[in-house]
Design a protein around this ligand. Structure first.
Ligand SMILES: [Zn+2]
Length: 341
């Protein structure tokens, strides 16, 4: 009798353990499915072009006067927001605001707080350079906190399907925000500052690397130009070098991919020929950004470097023919040596 009872108990225990195991596996599989494969039915938000956004080769005001140099007024402020291992840049011109990238899902709240401190209530636009967490992870928080007219996001041909991204697309649709897939030559303005897409690979050209989908924008204010590269890597840089009808020369370069050696090739750096380099990354990041090679190349060319990992938030004050910074230039230390400290 005692042995039978023990056997029964053992069998019940086995069944309970099996049930627990099956539940764990099922929960894991469901989570995995939703994270990687679940596609919300309504993600196909129609893309609407504004007249001033339709790519055109026409000899318009901007191409006859490529940099939009005519009569800019006031100041363009560019805020490099320290958002850890990510990018977020706030542009402010004549009381209007636009944002390029929004930090990560965990630092989106810091970006929101920074914008609130600046008195932002509405954004004319947000550009998400590409569908990685460290650039658009914080966009949901930003959209939850500020009105926004338009969101620019590259068409990555359905490569990004994570649950948080689908939630973001639904948010954009529910809030009736105009969603635009930028193309080379798409342009828009913020006060007198002109934003013009100079790099945008097609899905055929970009392949499976989301970084190569990065929308690259030349921001022009009077004589001053800033190149915002997202995480564009060598393919995107090569395409710009070969095909760009617009000069890539800029006083200020936001270095691609947090100063990684997969971006900012020497040829590209020579073509852009910047006086100032902006790097957004986190101290001691696991990617060892910025790379030794990139920092050497910047030093060799005497490019003055401003970096969020060592200097925190940085503000650029851009007039029609000058730029000043609220911090002194940073050093040329690479991510490897900083990670060791
Ligand atoms: Zn990135």
């Amino acid at each position: 009798m005692a042995i039978d009872k023990r056997k029964n108990k053992l069998q019940v225990l086995k069944k309970i353990l099996l049930a627990i195991l099956i539940t764990i596996v099922a929960v894991f599989l469901i989570r995995y499915y939703f994270k990687h494969y679940y596609v919300v039915e309504s993600i196909n938000t129609p893309i609407v072009w504004d007249d001033d956004e339709i790519p055109t080769d026409e000899d318009d005001e901007l191409s006859t006067n490529e940099n939009g140099t005519s009569n800019v007024e006031g100041i363009l402020y560019v805020h490099m927001i320290d958002c850890g291992q990510g990018d977020s840049f706030l542009f402010e011109q004549n009381g209007k605001y636009g944002l390029i990238d929004c930090g990560t899902r965990s630092t989106g709240k810091d970006v929101v707080y920074y914008l609130q401190k600046q008195g932002v209530s509405k954004l004319q636009f947000i550009v998400g350079t590409h569908q990685h967490d460290d650039h658009i992870g914080g966009m949901y928080d930003v959209l939850n906190s500020f009105k926004c007219e338009k969101v620019y996001l590259p068409d990555e041909n359905g490569l990004a399907t994570s649950q948080w991204y689908m939630k973001l697309l639904n948010k954009i649709k529910e809030d009736n925000i105009k969603l635009v897939n930028p193309k080379v030559n798409t342009k828009f303005k913020l006060g007198d500052a002109v934003f013009r897409v100079v790099g945008q690979l097609s899905s055929e050209a970009a392949g499976s690397n989301l970084n190569e989908y990065s929308t690259v924008i030349k921001v022009s204010f009077g004589e001053m130009d800033i190149l915002m590269t997202g995480d564009a890597e060598s393919k995107a840089e090569k395409a710009m070098l070969e095909n760009s009808k617009i000069s890539l020369e800029c006083e200020i370069l936001k270095l691609g991919h947090h100063g990684s050696n997969t971006s900012t090739s020497e040829k590209f750096l020579d073509e852009v020929n910047p006086e100032y380099g902006l790097i957004s990354c986190e101290t001691g990041n696991s990617y060892a950004h910025p790379s030794t090679e990139t920092m050497k190349n910047l030093k060799k060319r005497k490019v003055k470097v401003y970096r969020t990992d060592e200097q925190g938030d940085i503000v650029l004050t851009v007039t029609s023919d000058s730029v000043s910074f609220n911090k002194k230039p940073g050093d040329y230390k690479d991510g490897v040596s900083l990670a060791k400290n």
